[in-house]
Write a protein that binds this ligand. Structure first.
Ligand code: AMP
Length: 563
């Protein structure tokens, strides 16, 4: 069979970029997937998202704009300064690589054609290269493929390196395309595909199952050691609505104001993942120890919330206080005693060799109670009551707020574990005028003593696959290092710089990734931002390294707050 060429992917990218209509994108991609089935490897499906490894793998290609500039220069024999100059005007290294390759093509005839395999394998190597000489090795790998690329190919190689294809494809489109390509007459398969993707976090596995046939989907399940997407809660405005969502009786639990961890035990090893599927086992040796000593089971996946407390008063602290524990990978010993944490376990997804996703919540809870030994301020099953009584539930809610927690989580007692946010499984109730979790999509450089730092941030909520701006926030961060737990402007600038997509004067467009909790006084309708709303007096309460863009407020959430 003829080898698949990278130009075939590039043609697809171009057709996808040429339309903004979702259905058209799905149709185009479905045709391509059938071709990929015949000629390609299932893992090449990652290239449709500008990736080379599955979503569950949080490693990154790790190529900065700077390194890309060097590699383009090396591949095409052009001085770096020429590229930097052009970058200031165009702001898209992909387009620059395309232009420069075009120019070079006029002088040299290049013969070699790039196969998908060449591109995929070289970029994949970038993910795992470590140690001495890393930069040089990475540069050579990139230069090798750019050197052989046509102008259009060079554009998309560069965009893939920077994890930004700009073809308007999100997970939903890939899911619908798999469904249309392989199960055109079975609309119910669309849900199956989504559920399987939630479990696997890996489109190549889902794609392969679709190729082999329906029965294969049964084999996709949770595996300890491999991070998975968790269940998210819908909002309830009061106890009555919570009962409407979860039925009677319902389980009420404290809503701990910490951050979520899924805990995997397999072959005696404990691994901790955040909601963003990042492995944070190194940062939390105290949690790992607590699990080893207090949970009796051979293998499991647990869903839990880690919450900080004041070592002197033993009072629970808000998330902000312990946020730096997620970021700190070195010299953590001191932090362990300064910022101790308690682990509250509230669900189990896998237990002793078997998935427990299908069990009723009350039965999953029984497992937790059986295997977890309670140790005060170290580890415990989440505090819970099961009731049908509005008054009792209200009292429990108030008690939770009283001791400094955020509110309550309400769970349907006979429901299976359902990944993602769906009505009828889990709800959350907390007092309004809380902070909004938003993502940074743009920023501006400061002046004077804040010069050189990005100090104003355009924040956005989401509406399905889109990000809609809702305000500009410049206060809340610290100017100097010092206060425990607080993020500085310098640190935020460091986080944002690799995500810059475009520069226009003082303004930079940022790839949505960094989530912040923002406090505000009120929300007004406003034509200035694409959401149609503006936050008044916004202020960053804290950076949320534990949260992903799927978890930010939706336009619907914002609309609810304005009525
Ligand atoms: P929010 O972050 O406001 O959307 O609230 C949902 C989050 O509350 C979950 O993702 C968990 O991190 C957290 N949480 C705290 N306590 C619990 C609990 N008992 N059950 C489930 N989630 C909890």
């Amino acid at each position: 069979m003829k080898e698949m060429m990278y130009s075939e992917f590039v043609e697809l990218y171009e057709s996808l970029a040429a339309t903004s209509k979702r259905l058209e994108k799905v149709a185009i991609m479905a045709v391509f997937l059938k071709k990929l089935k015949e000629k390609g490897k299932s893992e090449w499906i990652f290239l449709l998202k500008g990736r080379v490894i599955p979503e569950y793998d949080s490693r990154e290609i790790g190529i900065s704009g700077q390194l890309t500039i060097k590699a383009i220069a090396k591949a095409l024999g052009i001085p770096q300064e020429t590229i930097v100059e052009r970058y200031k005007k165009v702001g898209d290294l992909g387009v620059i690589a395309q232009e420069l390759t075009e120019k070079k093509k006029q002088v040299t005839l290049f013969s070699k054609k790039l196969s998908v395999s060449n591109v995929f394998e070289n970029i994949k190597k970038l993910v795992s290269i470590e140690g001495k000489g890393t930069v040089d090795k990475k540069m050579s790998l990139i230069a090798e493929i750019i050197g052989d690329a046509s102008p259009n190919e060079a554009k998309y190689i560069v965009r893939t390196l920077l994890s930004d294809l700009r073809i308007g494809v999100a997970d939903g489109i890939i899911r619908d395309s798999i469904s249309l390509a392989f199960f055109p007459d079975e609309p119910e398969m669309n849900t199956k595909i989504q559920e399987s993707y939630d479990l696997a976090n890996d489109f190549s596995i889902v794609f392969q199952a679709a190729i082999k046939g329906k029965e294969e989907f049964k084999k996709i399940t949770v595996t300890p050691g491999k991070p998975i997407n968790v269940m998210l809660a819908v909002k309830a405005k009061d106890i009555d609505e919570a009962f409407e969502i979860c039925g009677k009786p319902a389980a009420f639990e404290y809503k701990y104001d910490g951050f979520r961890l899924t805990i995997h035990k397999y072959h005696g090893e404990i691994t901790l993942f955040t909601r963003r599927l990042e492995n944070v086992s190194i940062q939390f040796p105290d949690v790992v120890k607590a699990i080893k000593e207090n949970i009796k089971a051979d293998s499991f996946i647990l869903d839990a919330e880690v919450v900080g407390y004041d070592p002197k008063t033993k009072k629970y602290l808000p998330f902000q206080a312990i946020s730096q524990r997620i970021k700190r990978k070195y010299y953590i010993e001191k932090l362990l005693s300064q910022l101790p944490v308690e682990l509250n376990i509230f669900d189990v997804l896998y237990y002793n060799g078997q998935s427990t996703l299908e069990l009723k919540f009350i039965d999953r809870r029984k497992i937790i109670e059986k295997i977890v030994s309670t140790r005060r301020l170290i580890i415990r099953p989440a505090k819970q009551i099961v009731t049908s009584d509005v008054k009792k539930a209200q009292e429990f809610y108030e008690e939770s707020l009283e001791i400094g927690e955020e509110g309550v989580m309400i769970k349907k007692i006979d429901a299976p574990y359902q990944q993602g946010r769906k009505v009828g499984y889990m709800a959350k109730l907390k007092p309004e005028l809380k902070d909004l979790d938003l993502v940074i999509v743009g920023a501006e450089y400061g002046s004077g003593k804040r010069g050189g730092w990005l100090t104003s941030y355009i924040v956005a909520c989401k509406n399905q696959d889109e990000f809609l701006e809702i305000g500009k926030v410049s206060s809340g961060l610290k100017e100097i290092e010092g206060q425990e737990g607080a993020t500085t402007y310098e640190e935020m600038t460091r986080l944002l710089k690799p995500l810059i997509e475009e520069e226009k004067g003082n303004y930079v467009k940022i790839k949505p990734k960094i989530v912040v909790s923002v406090t505000y006084q009120n929300i007004q309708k406003s034509p200035s931002y694409s959401s149609g709303y503006a936050l008044r007096f916004p202020r960053i309460a804290t950076y949320r390294p534990d949260k992903g863009i799927k978890e930010i407020e939706s336009l619907k959430d914002i609309e609810k707050l304005t009525v």
